[in-house]
Design a protein around this ligand. Sequence first.
Ligand code: GDP
Ligand code: MN
Length: 372
Amino acid sequence: MRLLEWQGREIFQRAGIPVPPGELATSPEEAQAVAARLGGPVVLKAQVPVGGRGKAGGIKLAATPAQAREIAKDLLGTKLKGVPVEVLLVVKATEIRSEHYLGITIDRSPRQPVLIYSPSGGVDIEEVAKIHPAKVAKVAIPPLEGLYPFRLRRLFSIAPAELRRELSRMAVKLYSVFQKYECSLVEINPVAETEAGLLALDAKVIIDDDHRPGDQFAGLSEAAEDPLEAEAKAAGLSFVRLAGDIGIIGNGAGLVMATLDLVTLAGGRPANFLDIGGGARAERVQKAVELVARSAQAKVLLVNVFGGITRCDEVARGIVEATGVLEIPVVVRLTGTNEREGKEILARAGLVPVDTMEEGAARAVALAKGGT
Ligand code: GDP
Ligand code: MN
């Protein structure tokens, strides 16, 4: 469950992590009023559960309340990476001296939380790690030991000396959030160095879906989900939006993961993970294809189904039913139960299936790159 920035901010504030003053707005008039109340330049921030909003045009500076109103008018109702913008967070603009990265996630090999810091914040941390690995520091936190000061000293040895103490205080608070809310990720990118000290200018909080129920959420607003992910869940489908342009549908989490791997190996980038589960009937398959179509980011759809309790003819029927809403090419690999019937249904609709997963991945990648 990924929280929106303003919900993450609420949790940060409760934990004593400093954030710039701000309020929500759902109309241009509200944005103007909030800007007037805050005084001075403000930043308008689209509240959508996707990353890289700045680059995508979802973060805008306004010098005056009137300008805040104009920008809000432009932002509200548009889509950012396919997600409609309905709420803006309006915060007092900050003068930034430097931007840093601070995050905590679970490192799956040592099976421990890991604290990550970089003095090059405000940009994609994966990129920094790739280009300047020395600018990213990590320390594992054995959960039974906790966050001893020596671990923080090690982590912040690459931080400017005058910021180490304040960064350490922030990290301790962030770790308390991570534990209390049973997060799989908490991230502040950027931590901004300002005249008044360090501020969390962004908040990314992902709560583990298997967190224990508790009253830690009392008083906090309902978590927002990517509307497509929520719709998928209601239809019994597991859908996760990814950053690429090749839509993927399969049955069984393992097969879908393998398909994502094959596509990546073939030089492509998956647009989503979508598992139709076991024994899916045509309607569920149709719904899955529609979700990929509506996510509006796939240039090609790759369907990979291994028929067991799932019948290939049902899958084929679902695909054919949905082709009306699909404006992108479809690559299908079908094998197993009722394979022959399934392939006949596809053939009648003019769809020629591929024989292997590898072939399917290669064809999908070629199509995404504009080939045939
Ligand atoms: P993201 O792109 O979704 O990660 O959104 P962020 O909230 O992190 O904003 C992106 C970038 O906008 C930040 O890294 C900052 O460089 C910039 N930014 C955000 N708020 C402010 C602000 O108050 N003042 C200034 N000068 N820049 C800001
Ligand atoms: Mn950010």
